[in-house]
Ligand binder design. Structure first.
Ligand code: SF4
Ligand code: SF4
Length: 514
């Protein structure tokens, strides 16, 4: 057993408002600079839809991630072997193009017109679209990040038709769902998954992309990056980006300067829906390749099994041997992520069939309460005497969620939803009906204690319950990335001038100062 540390995350899709506060928090801290106009390290998609960049989930088109090697013991890069990549450094046919991210290019609006336009009684001043690259005004805008916001693509003939998550349904069933825009929709906030088996790292010919030791954050060393951009095509989630100004690729850094000071990333703190959770995990590096190469139906279960129990004496001994600190071990025991992913099995990885073993897990969304409570008792729309819709009455088709979150394994999604539903029913029995219905929890394999803890964590949890981030060497880091903004960040780099690499967690002797 080789114990490694990983900072991991859970997003509760049941609570996402689609407000994009997370997107703006990230944009303002990290990508409000030249060359990064089109980049959104955090974006929030509306499903059904094709997302940003268009059709990122379609690996027949982009060839990202890994494929299973049935005869072997580790997966293979889908785009090509490392040897082929080296031979074809100047030819990459599966690179997403700007139009797939941003139509004709990133744009802003002439907001200054709102203040400076000559007053007239005929019309209000209008902010007109303007290219962020050329400055040209009144350009056509036809696609951008979050273009399908609020079901804008979910209709017959819309982009929702090309959503690959309908693949296990007939075209008739898909169109029946799309015909009525409100039949279902959901938000999908996305950041880099800081994967245990990152295809961006596996694809990089320069060795610039790496997974750092102290917390598993995946980074791209700006000094070593040679702009081959195989990380962009290799990442199946399309979460690395090429910066035309610096000539380097870059990506979400999980706000590591904040992590080092015990704070969660900016997008986590900003989220008003409080859907985001963060906590450390331990995993067994020796088994990563084998799990990533498992049959699709087993991927979620085996991924869970890769995460080590921080209360197991054998794991604790191996972790100490590997140099894991007591502070990290203590944080692992309090990690909300371990609870939701392993103990309760309610959080699932996004597209596990890409075989990168993401460290970000999603709690699938429940459907709204379809019935109403009244003085005469529940107004029962479902016909089974229940206030809450049963699993088979959920608006979002199970096959759709399974395609998104469990490589098509419907049983995993049903279990995650049934457990959330059981907590709803249990809490109603306790708070409204004045009795403790232990049976609903036992039916889904959980206890009353689990129900109370799940309810607390999913709906009431405060800052320190949602974010368990062990502090590191605060004296060696800035307290907030905000104060570094503008003079010590990506904006300082150019193709001919390397950045200063930061000293690392392990101290000044390890980090290289250039
Ligand atoms: S999600 Fe992040 S860590 Fe995973 S492959 Fe993509 S860029 Fe790499
Ligand atoms: S993740 Fe949070 S901040 Fe982002 S859109 Fe959802 S609710 Fe808003």
């Amino acid at each position: 057993m080789r114990v490694k540390q990983q900072m991991a995350m859970v997003f509760n899709l049941d609570k996402c408002l689609g407000c994009n506060t997370c997107t703006l928090a990230c944009k303002n801290v990290w990508t409000n600079r030249e060359g990064a106009e089109y980049m959104f390290w955090n974006n929030v998609e509306t499903k059904p839809g094709v997302g940003y960049p268009k059709a990122w989930e379609d690996q027949n088109k982009y060839r990202g991630g890994w494929t299973r090697d049935e005869g072997g013991n580790k997966p293979k890069l889908r785009q090509a072997s490392r040897f082929w990549l080296m031979l074809n450094l100047f030819y990459n046919p599966v690179m997403p193009q700007m139009e797939e991210y941003y139509g004709k290019g990133p744009f802003t609006f002439t907001y200054e017109d709102l203040h400076s336009a000559t007053p007239t009684k005929l019309s209000q001043p209008v902010a007109r679209p303007k290219s962020q690259i050329s400055g040209e005004e009144d350009i056509d805008i036809e696609w951008a990040v979050n273009w399908e916001d609020n079901a804008a693509g979910a209709f017959v003939g819309g982009t929702g038709e090309a959503d690959p998550n309908f693949k296990n349904m007939s075209p008739e069933a898909r169109n029946a769902y799309l015909k009525f825009r409100d039949s279902f929709m959901m938000y999908l906030p996305r950041i880099c998954n800081h994967c245990l088996n990152p295809a961006c790292v596996g694809s990089c010919p320069s060795g610039a992309a790496y997974k750092r030791e102290e917390d598993g954050v995946v980074l791209i060393d700006q000094d070593r990056c040679r702009a081959w951009r195989y990380c962009v095509s290799g990442c199946p989630y399309k979460k690395t980006y090429y910066n035309w100004r610096t000539g380097k690729s870059e990506k979400c850094i999980l706000c590591y300067p904040r992590l080092e000071t015990g704070q969660p990333p900016a997008c986590f703190v900003a989220c008003p829906g409080r859907i985001r959770y963060m906590g450390p995990l331990l995993y067994d590096l020796d088994r990563v390749a084998e799990v990533a190469n498992a049959p699709e139906a087993d991927l979620v279960r085996l991924h869970r099994g890769l995460l080590l129990d921080p209360n197991d004496p054998e794991v604790i001994a191996a972790a100490r041997e590997a140099g894991v600190t007591e502070a990290w071990l203590d944080a692992c025991r309090r990690s909300p992520v371990y609870k939701m992913v392993v103990d309760w099995e309610i959080a699932l990885p996004l597209h596990p069939e890409f075989r990168t073993l993401p460290s970000l897990f999603y709690i699938p969304p429940e459907s709204p309460v379809a019935s109403a409570d009244s003085a005469e008792g529940p107004y029962d729309m479902t016909g089974d005497g229940e206030l809450f819709p049963g699993l088979d009455e959920f608006r979002i088709p199970m096959e759709y969620l399974a395609s998104l979150l469990s490589a098509g394994n419907v049983a995993e999604v049903r279990k995650a939803l049934a457990r959330q539903l059981a907590v709803r029913r249990f809490r109603r029995s306790e708070r409204v009906e004045g009795r403790v219905d232990e049976r609903v929890m036992a039916d889904v394999g959980l206890t009353v204690k689990d129900a109370r803890h799940m309810h607390r964590l999913l709906s009431l949890a405060h800052y320190h319950e949602r974010f368990v981030v062990p502090t590191t060497h605060t004296e060696k880091t800035a307290s907030t990335p905000y104060i570094e903004r503008g003079f010590a960040g990506f904006a300082e780099f150019t193709a001919d001038k390397g950045p200063k690499r930061r000293t690392t967690f392990h101290g000044p002797d390890v980090g290289v100062e250039h």
